[in-house]
Design a binder for this molecule. Structure first.
Ligand SMILES: Cc1cc2nc3c(=O)[nH]c(=O)nc-3n(C[C@H](O)[C@H](O)[C@H](O)COP(=O)(O)OP(=O)(O)OC[C@H]3O[C@@H](n4cnc5c(N)ncnc54)[C@H](O)[C@@H]3O)c2cc1C
Ligand code: SF4
Ligand code: SF4
Length: 380
C-alpha cells in the first residue's frame, strides 16, 4: 500500500469526519492549528499545506504495516500474530509500594523509573489523572515522580501530543508510555517521511507499549458512571478477562461491576477498527497476565513482550538490579496471546468491511497485507 502524504484537509475528511480518530495526539503540537480538547481533536485554523506531518504521522491514514515492521524490527523476530517477539515474560515490581499503586504488577512504572534513573531517557511522557476522569498527558524528569502517574486511564491520553511538544525543544532523550495506536504513530514518524521533523523523532529512545482492547469515549463514560456513582468516589478501573464480561470500577465504597453490555456503547468508535492488541510498534509491550491461579492472582502480574534490543536490555537491567520479579510463563500463554491478537485483527477487518461493503476496501489498512488479507471474508 502506498503511504501517501497529504495535508490537514484530507486528514479531517478521511480520519476525523470518518470517525477513525483515536485521539493519539500525533497531529497536535506540530503546528498551532490543531489541539486536543476534552477527548477530541479540534481544528483551530485551516491549513493549506499540501503535505503535513499531521497526515503523515496519523496512525489512521494509509499505512503499509509490513514496510513499517521490516524497517523497524529484526525480521527474524517477526510473527504474523504479534509482530516482533524476542521473548515473552511474566513480571511484577519487587517494590511493594509500586505494586500497591499500579494497575497490575507495576512493570511499566518500574521500567520507566529505571530508564530515567540510568539516563537511558531524560524525560518520560506519561498519562496523569485529570479532572473527572479525563487523562492529562504529561512529562516528567524525576524518576521518583513516575509512580505518581501510574494506573491505566481508560480514556485516551494524547501522549504523542506531549511528545511533539517536548521534542520541539530539542536535545532530549525521551521515553513514552503508549497505546498501540500511539506506538504506530511514532513508528510512522521514525520512517522520517518529512525531513523537517527528523530531529524530533531522533530524540525518541524508548517506547513502552500497553496492550489495549479498547478505550472509552470520555463523554459517554462520564454519562454512564454518573448514573452509578459520584465521580469523586472513583479510584480506578479495570477490564478483567473477557469471561467476566465487566468493567470493574474501584470506588471508595468498594468495587462496582458494570456489564459490558452497558459499556460497549461507550467505546470510542475508532477502537472498533483497530487491529493492534499488543502495541506491536513498541520496544517492549506490557499487559495483564494470565495465570492458572485465576484473575485474583494474575491481576498482580504483567505479561511482557520484548520486541527490540532496547527493550531487551532494559528488562535485563531491571532483572539484574532486582527491580522486577519474574515467574515462569505458563504453557500455552504465547499461543493464547496470539489468538487474542488475531481476534482483535479479525474484528477490525470485519467492522471495516461491513462499513465499506467491499472486502478490498479496509480504509486505512491494506487488504493485501499478508496478515490481514487472511482474515477478510471474500465471496466464494
Ligand atoms: C485504554 C487502555 C486499554 C487497555 N486494555 C488492555 C487489555 O485489553 N488487555 C490488557 O492486558 N491490558 C490492557 N491495558 C493495559 C493495562 O491496563 C496496564 O496498563 C498494563 O497491564 C500495565 O500495568 P502496570 O501495572 O505495569 O502499569 P502501571 O505501572 O500502573 O503503569 C501504567 C502506565 O500507563 C500510563 N497510562 C495510563 N493510562 C494511559 C493511557 N490512556 N494512555 C497512555 N498511557 C497511559 C501511566 O502513565 C503509567 O505510566 C489497557 C490500558 C489502557 C490505558
Ligand atoms: S493523528 Fe491521532 S489524534 Fe490526530 S487525527 Fe490522527 S488519530 Fe486523530
Ligand atoms: S483500541 Fe486501538 S485505537 Fe483504541 S485506544 Fe487502543 S490502540 Fe488506540
Amino acid at each position: 500500500m502506498e503511504m501517501k502524504i497529504l495535508g490537514q484537509k484530507e486528514l479531517n475528511k478521511e480520519v476525523r469526519e470518518g470517525h477513525f480518530c483515536t485521539g493519539c495526539g500525533a497531529c497536535i503540537n506540530l503546528c498551532p492549528y490543531q489541539a486536543s480538547y476534552r477527548d477530541q481533536v479540534v481544528m483551530l485554523h485551516p491549513c493549506d499545506l499540501k503535505e503535513g506531518g499531521c497526515y503523515a504521522f496519523c496512525p489512521r491514514t494509509p499505512t503499509d504495516l509490513e514496510v513499517l515492521k521490516k524497517r523497524l524490527f529484526d525480521p527474524q523476530d517477526l510473527t504474523p500474530e504479534l509482530g516482533a517477539v524476542k521473548g515473552l515474560f511474566i513480571t511484577r515490581a519487587v517494590d511493594p509500594e509500586v505494586r500497591a499503586g499500579a494497575q497490575h504488577g507495576g512493570t511499566v512504572t518500574t521500567l520507566i523509573t529505571l530508564a530515567l534513573h540510568e539516563g537511558i531517557i531524560d524525560t518520560a511522557v506519561l498519562a496523569d489523572e485529570g479532572r473527572n476522569l479525563l487523562p492529562l498527558e504529561t512529562s516528567v524528569q524525576d524518576p521518583a515522580s513516575v509512580k505518581k502517574r501510574d494506573r491505566s486511564k481508560f480514556v485516551v491520553s494524547p501522549n504523542v501530543a506531549e511528545f511533539n511538544r517536548i521534542a520541539k525543544e530539542g536535545g532530549k532523550k525521551i521515553g513514552i508510555v503508549a497505546t498501540p495506536c500511539q506506538a504506530m504513530a511514532l513508528a510512522k514518524m521514525r520512517l522520517k517521511p518529512i525531513p523537517s521533523y527528523a530531529d524530533r523523532i531522533n530524540q525518541l529512545n524508548l517506547v513502552v507499549g500497553l496492550f489495549c482492547g479498547w478505550a472509552l469515549s470520555w463523554r459517554n463514560l462520564v454519562a454512564l458512571l454518573r448514573k452509578k456513582t459520584d465521580l469523586a468516589e472513583i479510584e480506578g478501573m479495570d477490564i478483567p478477562p473477557s469471561k467476566y464480561h465487566i468493567l470493574q470500577v474501584y470506588t471508595k465504597k468498594g468495587p462496582l461491576d458494570i456489564s459490558l453490555e452497558e459499556v460497549n456503547p461507550c467505546v470510542r468508535e475508532a477502537c472498533w477498527y483497530c487491529p493492534d492488541l499488543t502495541a506491536e510498534f513498541s520496544d517492549i509491550s506490557v499487559g495483564s497476565a494470565r495465570l492458572a491461579e485465576g484473575w485474583e492472582e494474575a491481576k498482580n502480574w504483567n505479561q511482557v513482550i520484548v520486541r527490540t534490543s532496547q527493550g531487551e536490555q532494559l528488562l535485563g537491567l531491571a532483572r539484574k538490579r532486582g527491580l522486577l520479579e519474574f515467574r515462569d510463563v505458563p504453557e500455552g500463554n504465547l499461543e493464547r496471546l496470539k489468538t487474542a491478537s488475531m481476534n482483535k485483527k479479525r474484528t477490525a477487518v470485519r467492522n471495516l468491511t461491513l462499513r465499506s461493503r467491499d472486502p478490498e476496501n479496509l480504509f486505512y489498512l491494506d487488504s493485501k497485507d499478508p496478515v490481514l488479507s487472511t482474515l477478510i471474508k471474500r465471496p466464494a
